[in-house]
Design a protein around this ligand. Structure first.
Ligand code: SAH
Ligand code: DHB
Ligand code: MG
Length: 222
């Protein structure tokens, strides 16, 4: 099976069952035109985020890694009136693109976009009393995924969902001797989960337009 086929199947799924939303399409176009890397969640994955937030009844969400705001818009679209997404992005140029995309989607009042390294912004969020969040989407620099997961545990409550993107990276997470920081991040996340009784979790491997990767879904319990 080839990347070409995975991409074609993702397109089939998107064309038939992922609801079309001009603001989301334009967000991708504007991101590409501004030279952002093409690493946003795929449309079916964006729809999964949206469905998970609706299933969970999410009113408050936190996202680490905004890029052009594509996943942010999918999450924000899932919230009831009065809901809020806080999204953190280290790159000012990316954040400016996201700000336009979020504004054009009519979500400026729903999304609170903050610029800076997540590990600097998270203590501020905690001090502001924004927590607990109903849903946290971890999708920033992969080597810090374990640190972000520890933060996510502090910023959630029983019933919250923590979703972590890009934990498989072509299967590299099982290469114990790998010194690639991103792969090590995915591996370390699983070691943390193995010791963590506060969450029930699983990881699902995925193929699609973004290749072979996967995500971890963790439910905070008790
Ligand atoms: N969630 C986006 C994709 C995010 S890509 C989507 O699916 O649409 C990862 C993002 O994390 C990039 O925009 C990158 O600039 C950002 N990032 C990298 N290091 C970061 C850090 N330390 N703090 C916050 N964001 C970071
Ligand atoms: C990368 C980041 C992502 O969030 C993603 O979904 C795919 C790739 C990256 O930094 O390479
Ligand atoms: Mg990602």
């Amino acid at each position: 099976m080839s990347q070409e086929r995975w991409t074609a199947v993702d397109r089939f799924i998107s064309d038939l069952i992922v609801p079309s939303d001009p603001a989301l399409d334009e967000a991708l176009q504007r991101s590409a035109a501004a030279g952002l890397p093409p690493i946003a969640v795929s449309p079916p994955q964006g729809m999964l985020l949206n469905l998970l937030a609706r299933i969970q009844g999410t009113r408050t969400a936190l996202e680490l890694g905004t890029l052009g705001g594509y996943s942010t818009i999918w999450l924000a679209r899932a919230l009831p009136a009065g809901g809020r997404v806080i999204t953190l992005e280290a790159n000012l140029e990316y954040a400016e693109v996201a700000r336009v995309n979020i504004e054009r989607a009519g979500l400026s009042d729903v999304v609170d976009l903050r610029v800076g390294p997540a590990l600097e912004l998270l203590p501020e969020l905690a001090a502001e009393g924004c927590a607990p969040f109903d849903l946290i989407f971890i999708d920033a620099d992969k080597q810090n995924t374990p640190a972000y997961f520890e933060w996510a545990l502090r910023l959630t409550a029983a019933g919250s969902l923590i979703i972590t993107d890009n934990v498989i990276r072509g299967g590299a997470l099982i290469d114990a001797e790998s010194d690639d920081p991103s792969s090590r991040g995915g591996r370390r996340l699983h070691e943390l989960l193995a010791e963590e009784s506060r969450v029930a979790a699983t990881t699902i491997q995925t193929v699609g337009s973004k290749g072979y990767d996967g995500f971890t879904l963790a439910l905070v319990q008790g």
